[in-house]
Write a protein that binds this ligand. Sequence first.
Ligand code: DAH
Length: 356
Amino acid sequence: MSLETLEQDILAQVSAASDEAAIEAVRVAALGKKGAISERMKSLGSMSPDERREAGAALNLLKDRVSEALGVRKAALQEAALEVRLAGEKIDVTLPVRPQGTGTVHPVSQVWEEVVQVFGDLGFAVAEGPHIEDDFHNFDALNIPPEHPARQEHDTFFFNEKPDGARMLLRTHTSPVQIRTMLASKPPVRIIAPGRTFRCDSDMTHTPMFNQIEGLMLDETTTLANLKWVLTEFCKAFFEVDDVKMRFRASHFPFTEPSMEVDINYAREGGQLKIGQGDKWLEILGSGMVHPNVIRAGGMDPDKVQGWAFGMGLDRIAMLKYGIPDLRAFFEADLRWLRHYGFRALQVPTLAGGLS
Ligand code: DAH
């Protein structure tokens, strides 16, 4: 076979190679140890010096051209392989977010934020306590001794007894945060404590887990007049009405003396509740002047420090404000319900921008 034919043959194979493995095979067949060109190089030894010079120069030129062609083809194939891979791994980051895929803010979270905004504006800080409490903070320190009938009313979830006989429990109200706050601070105290509470109770209007908000204000001169003003301002701001009537009814709680339940006026118009209108009454919270025993348990001197506390159902005021009829739906995680009653994310309630 002439050198020309050999070259055409190899270059045809180079063009025909469709991937890197194929081009490598062509290279080995031409330039490898036993390749066609290498074999011809070996035959130079048996030639006369003149023949060898001529044939050697021609073979070297052929070798260069073949190497060059192999390199060009290999680079082209590598480039094509990269293109295919890039196309396969492409992610279109410009795709829009599907609107039905966005979540909503739960009414409890919304109302929680609203309450924090209103009380924050009145100078109250947010305090917290653990969900798992001990007897002391949940009962004893709140003037509810072991044999007190209020303990039965609380339908407490208890944990198993510890070796020393003590039982931890799920807090039945947010009131233990009063004690924790007092023990950790000095008067004046001005806090609210929104949070989860637990009772072994379940029907139309009760769920085993629910949310409360506690309020506590203590200093040397705080009176019920402050409580009335603060609660009135809260109700007006929270329910977004110009005026609301309040009724303070004598009641009893172990941790307050005197104790009062607080009602606000409302009217029912076309199946809707109108807070601050009409002459019907709706109970929204329990309150009173903090009992001296509670102040003492909180490490403060009841002869120097006085003030009030209140406890309110967060879920309940959410239902009232947003016309939500069934408490249990709050905790069923039904997406249709959440879409209907939920709030747009990023629409954070503020007093300046509007609460709801
Ligand atoms: N802890 C009470 C409950 O869960 C609510 C309550 C009533 C809290 C009066 C108070 C208060 O701070 O003064 O039923």
